[in-house]
Design a protein. Structure first.
Length: 290
């Protein structure tokens, strides 16, 4: 009976991610499409079957995420593409899932032959595709952990940083220091920068003391977010190149407008002024808070 019970626990445990990978090859003409189908299946299995942490996740605890790879050019075994990553997590006491990460990476170039196994070893830099997927797996897990525990994602962000450090000795695009202000190097350096610590603490407050408490004490939870949201402006002012702030706003803007459309005039004013400063190009959406 003990053996059966133990087997039952194993059967109910799962890997960390519930990831849907989509390979879009619409721009590629006159090519056998089976390679894209095989790649999609391999990448999905890689993300969902790799054990990324030492934690035991229940099936219901797996992090919902999606990866959308748009292939712009395919020659031989070389794929020139861009990748879009999204992740969400459930809100306590509700059926709502809140977006926690949304990012567009425009420089993904990798080699893949149909049937190639995808594997990851954190001790060295392997195939560029698996390194990119592993990097974002750790970013997703770290972001999820940050939303449940203050700075709880740091160990996983450090693993993502390790991949970036290994990549510095390669010629692969999207990794190198100061290559541009919106690549993987910039992303992880933003996250782990001491300047970003108040933002990451706000990220925790937003989710645990704000969203997760909404159905229990809506006014108190909404006030908690409004009281703390000016930290986004403070962090951005101190480091305008902090792309994680603009990414947060893009990810959360509709959610924030929805929450504070029912807020007090003081709350609406605070959130409106913060969002207007950080995202002037989205003013038409922010104006709903006037």
């Amino acid at each position: 009976m003990l053996v059966l019970a133990w087997l039952g626990v194993l059967a109910m445990s799962a890997q960390e991610l519930n990831c849907k990978v989509t390979i879009n090859s619409d721009q590629i003409q006159g090519t056998n499409k089976s390679v894209f189908e095989t790649l999609q299946k391999a990448a999905t299995e890689f993300m969902n079957n790799t054990r990324w942490t030492g934690y035991e996740y229940e099936i219901s605890e797996r992090i919902d995420c999606s990866i959308f790879i748009i292939v712009n050019n395919y020659t031989g075994s070389t794929f020139e593409s861009e990748i879009q990553i999204q992740a969400s997590r459930p809100v306590y006491n509700s059926s709502y899932k809140t977006p926690i990460f949304h990012y567009n990476d425009e420089k993904l170039i990798f080699s893949y032959n149909e049937g190639d196994p995808l594997s990851f070893d954190e001790t060295f830099f392997g195939n560029n595709l698996t390194q990119v997927l592993a990097f974002y797996a750790y970013i997703i897990i770290g972001t999820d952990c940050d939303s449940f525990s203050k700075l709880g994602g740091t160990p996983f962000f450090r693993k993502a940083e390790n991949i970036v450090n290994q990549a510095q000795g390669t010629s692969e695009a999207g990794w190198r220091a100061f290559e541009d202000s919106h690549n993987r190097y910039a992303l992880i350096n933003n996250i782990l920068d001491d300047v970003a610590k108040p933002y990451r603490e706000f990220f925790y407050t937003y989710h645990r003391n704000g969203l997760d408490e909404m159905n229990i004490a809506m006014e108190k939870s909404r006030a908690k977010i409004a009281d703390n949201i000016p930290v986004l402006k403070t962090v951005y002012k101190s480091r305008p190149s902090m792309i994680i702030i603009s990414e947060f706003v893009e990810c959360k803007i509709d959610e924030l407008v929805n929450i504070f459309s029912k807020g007090t005039s003081t709350e609406r004013k605070t959130v409106y002024e913060t969002l207007s400063y950080l995202a002037p190009t989205m003013q038409n959406r922010i104006d709903a808070l006037k």
